[in-house]
Design a protein around this ligand. Sequence first.
Ligand code: ZN
Ligand code: FE
Length: 257
Amino acid sequence: MIQIDALPAFTDNYLWLLQDTASRRCAVVDPGDATPVLNWLEAHPGWILTDILVTHHHFDHVGGVEALKQATGARVFGPARESIPGRDQALLDGVRLEVLGQAFDVLEVPGHTLGHIAYYQAEHGWLFCGDTLFAGGCGRLFEGTPAQMHQSLQRLAYLPESTRVYCTHEYTLSNLRFAQAVEPGNGFIARRLSQVAEWRAAGRISLPSTLALEKASNPFLRCDEPEVREKIDEREGVQQRSPAEVFARLRAWKDQF
Ligand code: ZN
Ligand code: FE
């Protein structure tokens, strides 16, 4: 059995730690800082870190990779189209890898960065999507175009609704506040917002999410909903907009929200 826990890092990052309890081997996704992982290993004698999965090249995702690799000898997987410190295997779209006895498929999801990848485990329905899809929101466009990000999110949205979304940041509350500004009449968003506010007040993590939840409350996955398009039209003057254009306007609005 694989257990998945979040190790907090920096102010709002989570390093996802996958633990194979039978073999006492573990893997980590996006270790921006080595310390939380090294502390965990020290507190769990007999466990071995075997694999490091990286989604993209930003420092808060790769900052701890080399120290962890040096300390543990773990294999480092990362996107082929970006430079990743200590990378042993460069991954392209469609590649399948095996980590802790589980098959993971690589999806290229450019937008936040140009080479960004996500790791999808189909059997269990786990999606490690870095800074592409967030709970209630999506990553900023540092390198890609709105059209690229929109397409990447659409691709993730085609995965089964029960897919659990393990993104890298605890941005859910502020994302849902924006979602509510986009769709003030959406009761599902209002309920999710108050639930997440309660969790955060109690110091609880808001992740993982699911694709079903995201499709119901994440405006960036709802660009073809009339309410979302009408809100953008109302802000900017009525036009007939494609979902990709709605996405671009939403992302620009969120940048200043
Ligand atoms: Zn990033
Ligand atoms: Fe990040």
